[in-house]
Write a protein that binds this ligand. Sequence first.
Ligand code: ZN
Length: 311
Amino acid sequence: MTNDIDILVSEVGPRDGLQSIETVLPTAIKHRWIGAQASAGCREIEVGSFVPPKLLPQMSDTADVVRHALEIPELTVAVLVPNLRGAENAIAAGAHKISIPFSVSETHSLRNVRKNHEQMLAEVAKIAELVANVEPERRPHFEAGLSTAFGCTLEGAISEDLVVRSAERLIDCGVAEVGLSDTTGYANPSQVKRLVRKVKAAVGDDRLTGVHLHNTRGLGLANALAAIEEGITTVDSSLGGIGGCPFAPGASGNIVTEDLVFMLEAMGLRTGIDLDRLLSVRDILRQALPDEPLYGFTPDAGLPKDFNVAA
Ligand code: ZN
């Protein structure tokens, strides 16, 4: 990370947000959204995922979206991949960063991608090898997200030892970094602190720098702050908390980018993002997705008088 920001706010709306709503956002609107958000100062955007279009038609234009996003200066273009095939497509498109979700809950893994842990680790190792063979200037950063790390809707509580062991095994398979994902919105701040500390102790400080948290039960920002206090420097969020959570009507899915940036900047933690400009990016979504709720307290309340975005 460049040293003019303290926390990297990684926008995941175009992927996590859009994949969980039915409407297929036209490619041109995705380009506009990503461009506008990068202009507001966002340095990293997860622009899509390389999944079979039959499964997620919302993501079928990801290669195109990646190529377009690569023209934006100083933007890290991230994508999600479920498997080796997806990674091949991501590398062909030229993505800067690729992440693969690894469900710590094996039941969730079997249900979602029909692979057990051993099969997933074998897949990750193959991708790591593929990545290692890409010429250095084009080689993407390869990361594995430990999903359901804080609890699973199918298995319930997830053993912290299993999370730590999974992190170690993923690093052994060749990923550059692991991340912690609260897929189900079960996490609480004490748990976040404990787990970040344990995983960092096991794999090293620089191999866990990011968290992906959901706001399903309203604890998203509290969990983000807990993670930051343990040294986390990248926090995922989505504009307008877009995507929602099908299990909790009225609750946003991801942390709302606008509220996260407000909290960080108000605390004096630099994000590089201009909040006024960020707030105006919502208009693009409001027009394109009139039936989707946009969440966020800061957009509703406005910025405090004399609020000073750290220059
Ligand atoms: Zn998510």
